[in-house]
Design a binder for this molecule. Sequence first.
Ligand SMILES: NC(=O)c1ccc[n+]([C@@H]2O[C@H](COP(=O)([O-])OP(=O)(O)OC[C@H]3O[C@@H](n4cnc5c(N)ncnc54)[C@H](OP(=O)(O)O)[C@@H]3O)[C@@H](O)[C@H]2O)c1
Length: 325
Amino acid sequence: MRVIVTENPGPGYGLKIAQAEMPKPAAGEVLIKVAAAGLNRADISQAEGRYPPPPGASSILGMEVSGTIAALGEGASGHQPGDEVCALLGGGGYAEYAVAAIECLLPVPKGVSLVDAAALPEVHFTVWTNLMDSARLKPGECVLIHGGSSGIGTAAIQMLAARGHRVFTTAGSDEKCAACVALGAERAINYRKDDFVEVVKAATGGRGVDVILDMVGGEYVQRNMSAAALWGRIVNIAYQSGMQASVNFAPMLMKRLSLLATTLRARSNAEKGAIRDAILREVWPLIDAGKVRPVVDHVFPLADAQAAHARLRSSGHIGKILLTP
Ligand SMILES: NC(=O)c1ccc[n+]([C@@H]2O[C@H](COP(=O)([O-])OP(=O)(O)OC[C@H]3O[C@@H](n4cnc5c(N)ncnc54)[C@H](OP(=O)(O)O)[C@@H]3O)[C@@H](O)[C@H]2O)c1
């Protein structure tokens, strides 16, 4: 089968088409004929040699796909060859075929094309577990999502708006801010022009937001504490602006704040299965009803993986970038 291999892992990596053996589904896995693979920022870190796949996962890039089940591993009950699915993977998505654990499979929602379904798994697993399991978001609470035009952000804004939350978000251009408002954000803050702390405080009568989902880190660690309400929860899924910060922790004490952070990829299949069950119950009906949709920026042929990565690195995109074999 055709796959993408990473040449010269490091800052100047190259992505090339190569031939590889078809993967075989192990017990509790299915083989998927890939219709599309979703790109994630972590793929760049992996290609640069800074983020190795978890033990046992394919070394081929790609943490999510959509496609058709082609074969079943032992004990992969409840599924049939020909079923259309999307799936979270430990790796191996940039290929014609990939294997996925049954705990990480989801059906293609109504009204979503098989290709676009590849934009759904990683963002919804990540958004749900961080907002609900980690930050314990309650009905009616107010949320700030940083990076609103990212794959993660576009999913979070829609899901939260559909569930009746007030959503504030940040993005780096007026065009991106307009897209975030169209997806359901009450206010999108162009962080190059305005201070999100001031905007959020003014819009909430000085109270601040209950939950913040942050992928920026760096100086945002301190500023998030300023934007948070009493008993606020701040959850980081990345630290793009820096893993280190000089922080005054006084607001943590005075406002009874919680500072949280998680990664998804290295979790067990059992943990991922529990998240899958929750999003199947809570989010998939919103997609079936057209209240939440995959936001696809661009679809590239698999052979153009290098160009697809260039677009992701440029941050010119809004939503997800996909590859089709
Ligand atoms: N922990 C986990 O389990 C987990 C899972 C999935 C993803 N992630 C992480 O979550 C992040 C988003 O993932 P993705 O695949 O959706 O990536 P993406 O589409 O490339 O999004 C990255 C976003 O960060 C925004 N950004 C950069 N600096 C910013 C700043 N100072 N203020 C506000 N926004 C800023 C960029 O927006 P502008 O261009 O507007 O600056 C861009 O939209 C990535 O860092 C990824 O590694 C973590």
